[in-house]
Ligand binder design. Sequence first.
Ligand SMILES: Cc1cc2nc3c(=O)[nH]c(=O)nc-3n(C[C@H](O)[C@H](O)[C@H](O)COP(=O)(O)OP(=O)(O)OC[C@H]3O[C@@H](n4cnc5c(N)ncnc54)[C@H](O)[C@@H]3O)c2cc1C
Length: 326
Amino acid sequence: MSILTQLSQNFPQLDFKSNFSLSPQTYFKIGGQAEVYLELKERQQIIDVVNFCRNNDIKLTILGGASNVVVHDRGVSGLVLHLKITELIDLKKSTLDEQFPNDKKWLIQAQAGIKTSLLVKKVIDLGYSGLEYFLGIPGTLGGAVYNNAHYLKFLISEHISQVEIIDEQNKVKWISQKECNFSYDSSRFQKTQEMILTVEFALKKGNKEKSEQLVRQATKYRANTQPLGKPSSGCIFKNTPNTPQLKKLFPQFSDKQCVSAGFLIDQAGLKGVRVGDVEISKKHAAFFINQGKGTSTDLKKLVNLVKQRIKQQFNINLEEEIFYLS
Ligand SMILES: Cc1cc2nc3c(=O)[nH]c(=O)nc-3n(C[C@H](O)[C@H](O)[C@H](O)COP(=O)(O)OP(=O)(O)OC[C@H]3O[C@@H](n4cnc5c(N)ncnc54)[C@H](O)[C@@H]3O)c2cc1C
């Protein structure tokens, strides 16, 4: 029995689509079709579909805003579940616990499918502060937590108190910020099959004017440094830990823990290099741009070319920040 038949028979009320083109859903405009595709905004339906897939060995891929993924040209097998749950709840409750020992913080909860930028706007309107720098990050909150989204050295995880997940045994439960194993561009969710349902933030009471000033500052920085408005998946590579060799070559960064991947790619003279229709941005060398008919094959060739050159020139193994879906 096909996956579509299995799913449709069990969930006749849901609108499963077969051979659904994913490329238009993505920021990169790259990739083939989902074998089966479904958009869901009801929490219980999400839990039921995830349970059913796990119990019936149906491969499941979660899609948030699709701003940090590269979909394979051959498409994605199994079910692609596109999350659209967006509720935000102001708990109107404060905390003074171990995690925030010196600071009174206020708790809000947001569902994983809310757009990160919209969440930040709503939080500022509610009078809370802490998330301003994350306005302008494309995609959803689920994706931001999965990758521990960052603005310069600031990580979204610094403001998270707990996360509600569907674990690998299909149990819906809350786990603490500590249990999420957050670090730069990393979380436990990258190593598990868990699904992020809801995120709880602990935020300070803010000042709307000051918050809007921080938003303007971050927005200006992004506009000046990123090739916005062109199809991309953001930074393709993570920044790399600094090494004695890099400190010698670039003493201006000797007190920094990390060196920007974009800076190294630029230093290697690779800005503007192109494979097929995928090009290394001339504005920010860690961003690759789809100039029209880019494919995941072009992207992969360009990624390998960059990795080889950076290894040869700086003895650094660059790691991808994007996630490949197939
Ligand atoms: C122009 C541009 C600028 C960007 N700037 C930044 C930046 O400043 N800082 C930054 O950190 N990133 C940046 N990014 C990268 C990207 O926008 C972020 O990482 C974003 O948070 C990804 O969210 P998403 O919903 O689009 O995730 P997706 O691309 O949909 O998914 C990414 C991964 O997360 C998984 N996932 C998504 N939702 C869930 C969930 N609910 N449960 C479990 N797994 C899930 C997916 O399966 C996938 O593996 C930028 C991207 C672009 C295109």
